[in-house]
Design a protein around this ligand. Sequence first.
Ligand code: NDP
Ligand code: MG
Length: 401
Amino acid sequence: MAVNGVSRIVLLGATGSIGASTIDIVEQTPDAFRIEAVASGRDVAGLAQIARRVGARFAAVRDETLYGALKDALSGSGIEAGAGSAAVVEAALHPADIVVGAISGAAGVEPTYAALAEGRTIALANKECLVCAGAPFMRTAAQMGATILPLDSEHDALWQALGGASPHDVEKLIITASGGPFRTWKRDDIARATREQALKHPNWSMGQKITIDSASMMNKGLELIEAHHLFGVAPDKLDVLVHPQSIVHGLVAFSDGAVTASLYAPDMRVPIAHCLGHPRRLTTNARRLDLAEIASLTFERPDFDRFPALRVAIDALRAGGAMPTVLNAANEIAVEAFLAGRIGFGQIAEIVEEACAEAARDSNLREPATIGEALAVDHIARERRRTVLAGRGGSGKVTFQ
Ligand code: NDP
Ligand code: MG
């Protein structure tokens, strides 16, 4: 908490799902927080409305052609407008106590890293930052004495279940997955799933990209890589359990056989409040857990045959080096193509696997040591996948039966 009792917040990705939940928590605790700067990608109207509502001092939109539109939308408010990637970085560096990193995808790497490199505390939802550039993020955090608070629910749950335990006493860190909308579907049916079916998550309401990642279970693979960096744990000490009720989010198995778990209703406002309030607890109206009502909690092993994206991601985690960066870039391109109706659902994992197989044959591909190197690998991997997709007629429409 800040010295005068009010923590200043920068909210990157203010117009998104995590952005909305963060604003909700802040509005419930007005004496504790103030949102100083907000940023979004293209949604000028949404951003201006949020900036006015929270009384921000600065608002930045990533698309530089939208500067005039944002300035107009903010006119008379006294809120400064900015546009372009430098303006989003400027928002990230606005004086603040906590930066909430809630941009979707590797688009968040540059501004989030800029704040980290200034030693800022980051509440990180934007897992792609760590999948794309985990080593530079963690190294810079250590060098600057900056804190990364895990806002992703599974990682927040692990943080809570660890309770400050020594990493030496930990046998396994286990994160759970709901299994998404296709948990009980056959492999062939999953491969033919439509956009509408894939966007229908049973337990969580989230942005489109993470919703598709949850349907393919790539999201759980990205989260294993995220956990590897956040907690400094080797890949073979990380595991996934499918848990359809989404109540237990993370479990820690200790060397003496004890297991601690962290439970809460599937409501992102719980981990957001935990991160913002840390080390205190905020009082919020986030969904309460009624275990008698839920009655039973069930667990299954993940099925790598029906969810090949999870297997591909685990292989990338084990391979290390630049492989997670390539995986993330290829996945973003594949998800974008699926959402645009250019490829089928089953092709997402195929495209990512193909990208990783190509990368494995490239002897020059080392682990990115800096953000610049990570973004260069990311850029090349994206361009390569775009070219391959276009060459395959991936720009045409896919028809679904
Ligand atoms: P949304 O798609 O709902 O929101 C994404 C936000 O990022 C929007 O504000 C969007 O702006 C902004 N944005 C996109 N591109 C850029 C860019 N280039 N520069 C600046 N801002 C940009 O996503 P979510 O809120 O669901 O997810 C955000 C992150 O949090 C993801 O990494 C996700 O994996 C993670 N996460 C999300 C959870 C959830 O429940 N939603 C749970 C755990 C983690 P615009 O509106 O203008 O496009
Ligand atoms: Mg998660």
